[in-house]
Design a protein around this ligand. Structure first.
Ligand code: PEP
Ligand code: MG
Length: 323
């Protein structure tokens, strides 16, 4: 029976056959933790830290200001994990919207590429995040990784930030986990590089679709080509989940696909156990999980993953919803 969604707030997200699913919230600012808790989130799966920076090119948030914002979110979540993504600036998230950027900003100096080119800015953010880790469970998530040296440099910078804090006698959680966003096809095709060095993965389907299908995610003229069910996208997602499972590390989806109830069963069937989404979508996804039976989903999902026929895939995804 379908209950009123708000009644599901405290109900654990467990499939009919007893598999527990973690439901996390995507937030932009610490105040979003209220709605996240209200929706019964198990934690924050994506804190888009760039929202503290956007429009502030001339007045960047200091380490203390950032620390205070991260700490607020961590305290608000009362011991639940808070996954803070390091600055994902550039392209659709400009630091200075008036500034003319590159011809192809989505392929330009953005996210981790930008941070590695501005080491002082990156270290400042990392120290602020690490300081907040003394107040709860913090995880660090690095966006737009593609190259092995970017993984190594990011980890080295985190170690450097820790060393600076130790030197200054400032507390942080030494066991803070570090994860990679899988949102560039090259990353999904080179997973051994990531699972060896990272504690967890989070699939950014918004950018993964943009880069795999070569369509600008903010260009309405190609919006009709933005298809999460393209067989290439499904393969990349499924491969990433499988690689994480094999390596024994958590894999989440934090792109829009995670909050789309039409896709919940498909993602469950691929083995996804962690979904991160806008708080407003969380209870509807939970309801879908409560009504799902992994045993019934598995054969249909296998069929979908074997198919290269877009109409067949769309029909099968519909059939999954009533399975
Ligand atoms: C994504 O790319 O799917 C994602 C979650 O990050 P953003 O939408 O902030 O780029
Ligand atoms: Mg992204």
């Amino acid at each position: 029976a379908r209950k009123k969604l708000s009644k599901l707030k405290k109900t654990p997200a467990v499939t009919k056959d007893g598999t527990a699913i973690t439901l996390l919230a995507n937030i932009e600012l610490p105040d979003d933790c209220g709605p996240a808790l209200e929706a019964g989130a198990n934690g924050v799966g994506l804190f888009r830290s760039e929202f503290l920076f956007m429009g502030r090119a001339a007045n960047m948030p200091s380490e203390d200001e950032q620390f205070e914002q991260y700490r607020r979110a961590v305290v608000a979540m009362k011991g639940r994990p808070v996954t803070i993504r390091t600055l994902d600036i550039g392209a659709d998230k400009p630091l200075d919207p008036t500034e003319h950027t590159a011809l192809n900003p989505a392929l330009g100096l953005r996210a981790i590429r930008y941070c590695l080119s501005e080491p002082q800015l990156f270290l400042t953010q990392l120290r602020a995040i690490l300081r907040a880790s003394a107040f709860g469970k913090v995880r660090i998530l690095i966006p737009m990784l593609a190259h092995a040296f970017e993984i190594d440099q990011s980890l080295a910078m985190i170690e450097q930030a820790k060393a600076q804090l130790r030197e200054a006698n400032v507390k942080y959680d030494a066991s803070v986990e570090v994860g990679a966003m899988i949102e560039i096809p090259a990353a999904a095709l080179a997973l051994p590089m990531f699972v060896r060095k990272m504690n967890f993965l989070s699939i950014g389907t918004n950018d993964l679709i943009q880069y795999t299908l070569a369509i600008d995610r903010v260009d309405y003229e190609v919006a009709h080509l933005y298809n999460p069910l393209h067989p290439a996208i499904l393969q990349l997602i499924s491969m990433t989940i499988a690689a994480g499972q094999k390596a024994g590390i958590d894999v989440a989806v934090c792109g829009e696909m995670a909050g789309d109830t039409k896709l919940t069963r498909l993602l469950l069937g691929m083995g996804l156990r962690e979904f991160s989404m806008h708080p407003a979508q969380l209870l509807a996804v939970k309801q879908e999980i409560l009504n799902s039976d992994l045993g019934a989903i598995a054969p249909l999902t296998r069929k979908i993953l074997r198919s290269t026929d877009p109409d067949g895939i769309a029909d099968a995804v519909l059939a999954l919803q009533t399975s």
